[in-house]
Design a protein around this ligand. Sequence first.
Ligand SMILES: NC(=O)c1ccc[n+]([C@@H]2O[C@H](COP(=O)([O-])OP(=O)(O)OC[C@H]3O[C@@H](n4cnc5c(N)ncnc54)[C@H](O)[C@@H]3O)[C@@H](O)[C@H]2O)c1
Length: 350
Amino acid sequence: MLRSRKPAANKVKLERSPAKPPSRDVLTQYSAGVVGMGLMGTSISACLLAAGHSLHCVETDAARRRSARARLLKLLTHAVAEGAMRENPSTLIGRVAISADIADLKSAEIVVESTVEDIALKRQVINEIEKAVSAQALIGSNTSAIPVTDLQSGAKHPERILGLHWAEPAHITRFMEIICGQQTTMANARRAMRLARGWGKEPSLLRKDIRGFIANRIMYAMLREAFYLVEAGFASIADVDRSLRNDMGYWITFAGPFRFMDLTGIPAYAEVMKDLLPDLNCATGVPALMRKVADSGACGVSNAKGFYPYTPQQARQWEKLFIEFNYKIRELADRFPEDIGDIPRSSRKN
Ligand SMILES: NC(=O)c1ccc[n+]([C@@H]2O[C@H](COP(=O)([O-])OP(=O)(O)OC[C@H]3O[C@@H](n4cnc5c(N)ncnc54)[C@H](O)[C@@H]3O)[C@@H](O)[C@H]2O)c1
């Protein structure tokens, strides 16, 4: 069952210490909600439980609702086995309630919407969340690319609606983008930033809304070029993957693109840009190969059908390796700082 709220005490503590993450003790008294217990909703829920929140999850699909607790327990147990968490998974699971009714979110002070990527559905879900929660509760949408301003339209209290963009597996990765729509107040964005730090994230703040936010805009520019190289016959899928894995894959967790240019010499990049940028693909349609593979029913390793052929065993092995790698890369990345005092204070912590 959800714990009863102690809103006044929690908010004072959260808002008085701008740069410091809230302690676990504070988060323990802070009720959270998640709507949509699919792939991401489950790992987001595991993250929120591990951070100390009491949690209410809402899922309309009965089978997913029935399996949710077992799926959460599996993620949390694995986190303990990897040394990423010390709490007892069974105790944490005792702090989650799961139902089909959004009205059950009434005590939540922050709700993460993680249903499917459909603007009409997300708007309807946000509308129902608003009916359930208090006017001060934060509502974060885990949309991949829908502008937050579009999700705020028609809302009763749009100033507390923001984008909370997680990366899968959400209980392991440090990634989080917090996106302000046109009507989000900076005070609410800061509340979300502080909570995110309490969840073990290193959040980035987007003060202005833009479709795709930061990471997806850059990733999709990369995907478009990757499809172009394959479709135009320059390289195979495996060759494209191998190059990216062994080049960008080596440095991108250590340094973002700007730090990397600083590390490797800026003038060469300016020179290359002159001739290379006009040559890059800027098609606006979905690539034919993407269409063909998606239309064939391929979901990737989850149904053992993707850009590569998989036996069911191989698909399961890739899923396992991906999680294992996520723990290892986080462990490694945590040993290397983002900031050695050279990021201007104004853009460091928000
Ligand atoms: N998969 C990723 O790697 C990833 C990364 C970042 C963001 N996202 C975004 O996260 C969201 C969820 O993605 P996912 O991959 O978990 O999808 P998913 O299909 O696995 O899960 C969506 C879940 O929402 C449930 N749902 C649908 N309507 C509902 C409603 N009205 N009330 C309650 N539950 C409802 C579905 O039954 C399903 O269980 C999407 O907006 C997606 O774009 C996904």
